[in-house]
Design a protein around this ligand. Sequence first.
Ligand code: BES
Ligand code: MN
Ligand code: MN
Length: 465
Amino acid sequence: MQNIKAYLNQHKERFINELIQLLKMPSVSADSAYSQDVLDTAEAFATSLKDAGCDLVEICETQGYPIVYGEKIIDKNLPTVLVYGHYDVQPPDPLDLWDSPPFEPVIKKTELHPDGAIYARGASDDKGQVYMHVKALEFMVENNALPCNVKFMIEGEEEVGSENLSDFVKENHAKLENDIILISDTGMIANDIPSITTGLRGLSYVEVEVTGPNRDLHSGLYGGAVANPINILAKMIASLHDENNHITIPGFYDKVDELTMEERNAMEKAPFNLEAYKTALEIDDVYGETSYTTNERNAIRPTLDVNGIWGGYTGEGAKTVIASKAHAKISMRLVPHQDWHEVTQLFKTHFENIAPAGVKVKVTPHHGGESYVTPIDSIGYKAASKAYETTFGKVPVPKRNGGSIPIVPLFEKELGSKSILMGFGLDSNAIHSPNEHFGVWNFLKGIETIPYFYKYYMELLSEEI
Ligand code: BES
Ligand code: MN
Ligand code: MN
């Protein structure tokens, strides 16, 4: 497949420009103000699949945003790769922290990205990474290098929990039938340390509301005599971790898969530079659960974090007030074999239990999902590993990741197939943050690597027989 490099050289300007057009579309699924843009983005991805050579492209309606489906079936008897990704993006705020507007993509050179990086919301998560697959398909179709069938399923609600996609998957087993699922929605360790994600954490996301008096009160007239919901919420949240940063919710760790020392030692072989990590974040030390390393804390251990907290007066100047209500959004990242519904219930019961007299507490679950792990001795993993080895010149490191893609475990349950997580982003890409970006080198490397996955997957499968 020598000609992928030549093809890239010939077409890379166009590929980058096409991606930039997609990044201009503000497909924010969480905010209904953007709903027309989300729908337009689905259309744009559908067109891109047609242009890349899919024989059938459909925009499948759901209760929410549509799912873009495409396929190229070259021979019904051959295996099928299902590519999954999402065209929706996170909200761009806080807008004032962006150096350039989130939906006006610009290419800038940085120390980590001497070939330039594309700055825009969704550049890395996940439009840029989905588009690598679209362009890899274009190459394979144009050059007669597609060795098997391929299906695409690009959804528009990943960033808000993929609820409608799960119904779609449950109702469309035959349509989505496949042998392996291929996803680029994660990252790798560094451009010179390729890695493949072998695990994702689960998630339980809840919102809490603490209500004290029936109205906002003068903090002088009433202060000290009634419960202040914000004070109480802060105390309740603080009590959710003990002095070792263990989570104090009864039963929280009951089902946690405790890894053996041997497994932990194997994981610690993944290259990691603590000093560089601290420097990049401008922190003087890391922080977390005692007896675990940084890589363990953010991959194989469950966590609880406040994502947002509000209440009372936050405007200019001072206002003396005891607010009637305080709120917080809390996420728990889960590991095998925690059950997200069960953990959500444990949280709810505990949080209601620890509320003192004088306040009322309401816990509202949002979305969630299970964790995922994939073995490294499967044909799919080996094919991905050989593909990276071919284009990076190095065997990729297997690495469990702390993020979540809740639909991945559902794919396994419903469709019976494993997902291979071939991510080409970097942790420093600032996904979900201001100034999200994706290296041009990474984008092109992804397009170069993906066709090799197909090639080696088919070769390894035929060796198996
Ligand atoms: N692509 C990310 C998840 C991710 C990123 C996993 C990098 C591993 C490495 C995905 O779009 C995402 O943001 N997932 C959410 C969960 C979802 C239910 C909102 C997350 O992890 O917070
Ligand atoms: Mn994503
Ligand atoms: Mn995301």
